[in-house]
Design a protein around this ligand. Structure first.
Ligand code: 13P
Ligand code: SF4
Length: 304
């Protein structure tokens, strides 16, 4: 079926279902273009928490749809591809976290949003790449801090705050692939371009960046950088679409062609149409887990 026909069907079904379509910045360009809102994981959870629509089609990965389901228990939150997961989130289990907490009984636990609802439920507060430093800074300085799941983001926050954190040994397979030699090669190819890196990258990659931040931070940095013309992007390739669309006079290049998260590329227009027509695939969270996970997420949202 042609994309035009699918788009027409999506418009009709979206109206019929009174649905809100959310897309993460890493989604395919055509998915970002049909979404009511495209953003980073923090923005998407805020938009989901305020939505009045009875149906939310979440074009992203499972932990993101789960976060929306935790925040909006009365709504139907749909993930158009059931198996769209996050390899980093899969590296932490609630059981292993409980064991670690037992070893550090005085510790406060920060869960990166890239974790399951069960892991969030075991944590005191959540954070995203956009607010990790601020969230860790908001904690009691006299007590130890466990940071789960991404070791690179945790180490970045620890360096910024000059504070020792107990880091979970998880990583994003896409971002961790990048090494300083990739950055050097890209800079040689595009001399003068500024380097923007996601804090899920290794520390030696972050060291060579002009800007370190999550996907929303990158957009803000580029918009505020009036003199800048060219940028090398050290995060998932989907981000380039939005950067180009919102900054037509500037140039954006991936630092490496390998920066692709296979899970973020699964959802197609056909899947969105099917999600809307068949209410699939509904993401739900067990009420006892939801209650505790919600506390950690809302605590994050309340930190100013
Ligand atoms: P953002 O929070 O920057 O959107 O990143 C989410 C993510 O999955 C990074 O790999
Ligand atoms: Fe997870 Fe990495 Fe994909 Fe982000 S890019 S969704 S952290 S696997």
């Amino acid at each position: 079926m042609s994309n035009e026909k699918l788009l027409r069907q999506i418009v009709v079904l979206k109206k019929k279902r009174r649905a809100l379509i959310l897309a993460h910045n890493y989604q395919r360009p055509e998915i970002q273009d049909i979404a009511d809102f495209t953003g980073d994981s923090l923005e998407l959870s805020i938009v989901a928490s305020r939505a009045e629509n009875p149906v939310i089609v979440f074009c992203g990965v499972k932990f993101m749809a789960e976060t929306a389901a935790v925040l909006c228990p009365g709504k139907k939150v749909l993930l158009p591809v059931k198996d769209a997961g996050c390899a980093l989130a899969d590296m932490a289990t609630a059981e292993a976290l409980r064991k670690l907490k037992k070893k550090h009984p005085r510790a406060q636990t920060v869960a990166y949003v890239n974790t399951s609802a069960e892991v969030k439920a075991e944590s005191d507060i959540c954070c995203t790449s956009a607010n990790a430093v601020k969230i860790v800074a908001s904690l009691d300085p006299k007590r130890p801090v466990i940071f789960v799941s991404d070791r690179n983001l945790g180490a970045y926050a620890a360096r910024k705050l000059r504070r020792k954190l107990i880091l979970w040994d998880g990583f994003c397979p896409t971002h961790t692939l990048l090494v300083p030699a990739d950055v050097r090669r890209a800079v040689k190819k595009h001399p003068g371009a500024k380097v923007m890196a996601h804090p899920e990258c290794r520390f030696d990659v972050l060291e060579s960046a002009d800007y370190v931040g999550g996907t929303a931070g990158m957009l803000k940095y580029v918009k505020g950088d009036s003199g800048g013309r060219s940028y090398l992007v050290a995060t998932e390739a989907g981000m380039i679409h939005r950067l180009k669309k919102e900054n037509p006079g500037k140039n954006f290049y991936p630092v490496s062609d390998d920066l692709i998260c296979p899970m973020m590329k699964l959802i197609t227009l056909e899947d969105v149409r099917n999600a809307l027509s068949g209410f699939q695939f509904r993401v739900t969270v067990n009420p006892s887990v939801r209650k505790k996970a919600r506390r950690a997420i809302t605590k994050m949202l309340s930190v100013r």
